[in-house]
Design a protein around this ligand. Sequence first.
Ligand SMILES: Cc1ncc(COP(=O)(O)O)c(C=O)c1O
Length: 359
Amino acid sequence: MGVNLFNADSGIQIRPEIRALPAYRQGRPAPADAFKLSSNENPYPTPAWVIEAMADVDIARYPESTSRELRERLAEIWGCATDEIIVGAGSVSLLYQLILAVAGPGDEVIFPWRSFEAYPWLVTVAGATRVQVPNSVDHRHDLDAMAAAITPATRAVIVCTPNNPTGAAVTAAEFRDFMAKVPANVLVILDEAYAEFSHDPEIVCGKKIRGDYPNVVTLRTFSKAYGLAGLRIGYGIGPIDILQAATSTAIPMVVTAQAQRAALAVLNHADDAMAVVHKICERRDAVWAALREQGWDTPRPHGNFVWLPTGTDTDRVAAGLEAGGIITRVFAGEGIRITIGEPESVDVLLRICADIVSG
Ligand SMILES: Cc1ncc(COP(=O)(O)O)c(C=O)c1O
């Protein structure tokens, strides 16, 4: 029998920072009798008009690489030029393309922490240095500290609002003050993956500030509010030269024709799509109110999830939830993020939470 050389150390010199990277942690799958509230997905079935929109795609052909039709539609909606829109295979892909375009070895990228788990990973893969700025005690970005962390080596700063996983949001006034402190040559990525769930007029909105800053790119996704997570499609809005650079760092033709068609269908059925978002928001507000009533110290949620800052109790609370059939995203020693899911999950979740409090 031959030796399996694939089990041996290949001797290939892997970049040490890549060797040290843990694999990206995906929201845990749930057993059939449990609710998967671990990935901030939309719980509703895919509408027929999305399925129909994808039906006649010729998958023997490569997709149109610039997502032109979708960008034209988005440009109408955002009131901008088609070239001020970029489409990617999920907004995480656009985050990566932008970071790769501006930062490499020796450069720094600042982001809040705790925040979206991909940020540190993407910065390291780009070869740049991560600068994580702890959130304030009320689970919000510490924008003063983020601005103070900027050095001549800073190439980009990520602002995540509403913030995953804490659900807190940045106000328009806070963003304006922050931008006054950011040098014009530092890229600010405004990650609004959950923007559609935030209806507070005080919260910063990429659409309202579009064109105000030559160094801001806003990112949105079809994964969360619009239920297309599995198709991988998101978009960015920003200055043309930055988006051109981000196009240069993309994997060519990575956005499938099905994803482009489905996204267009969502935009063409905006009322139906937003009706689902409203249902989720109502459920979120009810869950949040009930949790507060039970005594949980949970910050006001602006996304499609709630955050339980359980600290050293995290493992115990997560085990209780899991035993009751609620699969969450657990951040050991910090807290638990729970997606607002199916209507049937709400009573189960609240009952277990009440039991945990009384226990
Ligand atoms: C804050 C934030 N940004 C970006 C993403 C990426 O979303 P997608 O790549 O599905 O568009 C996520 C997904 O969880 C997120 O939470």
